[in-house]
Write a protein that binds this ligand. Structure first.
Ligand SMILES: [Fe+2]
Ligand SMILES: [Fe+2]
Length: 290
């Protein structure tokens, strides 16, 4: 099965030079959660590209070959944009280089010791996470970016939309060219989820330590509740996330969310991700505190 929509790489630019330190509504926990993810995207996405490339020549379906090309260009562009934001985090005192070096050790070890098929299954699993997060970003705006800095909000929304657009590419390559199989697929999401926690959680905590938040239990609890509480961002994603374990699962089972389609047609008409973001969220209600 190829994608439900044609995948389109978009060359976008975000001026992140004057983004406030706690750009997500002044909430350090909610900000640093997305910062910690963002920091790891460029190298993570390069790993995804390499995993899919390993099987590129075995794909015979013309449509899927085209999708792979666009998937690679989209992920490459995501890396460029998030790399720029890494420079901003460096200027805030975040030890970006050390975090990336640690991640590279894990990724190189994975590439050295795990079979290529497993690397691809993990990529499909990571892509399931990013697409689920992307869909939730757009549908769940009340929770995620309601009071966020407009540039950051637009950046994550653009990335989230493209994750939805290409959500089935790695999965389809895994099922087809790599031979598929349920057990490898199911276990790969467990391994990928553990990996995200092992790699990202310490960086998230270090950022909060740097910001002096670890000693403020009220701020920590309020922020963590927005992530893991009953109505939290991550809790809300759980049903879609766990759908991966259904034997007949396919990423397009959830179809194209209405707001993603709205973003796509809006962007198509003017090519401005900030304006497209405003169509989805409305004008920023409150400017984020520094
Ligand atoms: Fe991406
Ligand atoms: Fe992706």
């Amino acid at each position: 099965m190829t994608t439900a929509v044609p995948i389109q790489p978009r060359k976008v630019h975000f001026d992140v030079s004057s983004v406030p330190r706690h750009w997500n509504g002044g909430d350090p926990v909610l900000t640093r959660f997305f910062d910690a993810l963002s920091l790891h995207f460029p190298d993570g996405e390069r790993f995804f590209i390499e995993s899919v490339r390993n099987y590129q020549d075995k794909v015979t379906d013309k449509g899927l070959r085209e999708d792979i090309r666009h998937f690679i260009r989209q992920e490459g562009q995501h890396g460029i944009v998030h790399d720029r934001f890494n420079d901003v985090m460096k200027s805030q005192g975040v030890d970006v280089d050390k975090a990336i070096a640690n991640m590279r050790v894990v990724l190189r070890t994975t590439q050295k010791y795990l079979p290529k098929k497993y690397q691809l299954a993990m990529t499909a699993a990571f892509e399931h996470f990013t697409a689920t997060l992307g869909e939730a970003m757009i549908s769940d705006e009340e929770n995620m970016f309601r009071e966020a800095d407009p540039v950051m909000r637009a950046m994550f929304l653009w990335h989230g939309v493209e994750e939805v657009e290409h959500k089935a590419v790695a999965y389809d390559v895994y099922q087809g060219a790599a031979g598929g199989g349920y057990l490898i697929r199911a276990s790969s999401l467990i391994v990928a989820t553990l990996m995200v926690h092992v790699i990202v959680a310490p960086v998230f905590m270090n950022m909060l330590r740097l910001d002096g938040v670890l000693g403020k239990p009220g701020v920590m609890l309020r922020g963590l509740n927005k992530l893991y509480g009953r109505k939290g961002i991550l809790t809300g994603m759980l049903p879609e996330f766990l759908a991966w374990f259904r034997p007949g699962f396919h990423p397009w089972d959830t179809g194209m969310p209405e707001k993603v389609a709205a973003w796509l047609s809006e962007y198509e008409s003017h090519g401005d991700p900030l304006r497209a973001s405003e169509t989805i969220y409305g004008a920023p209600a409150v400017q984020a505190a520094a």
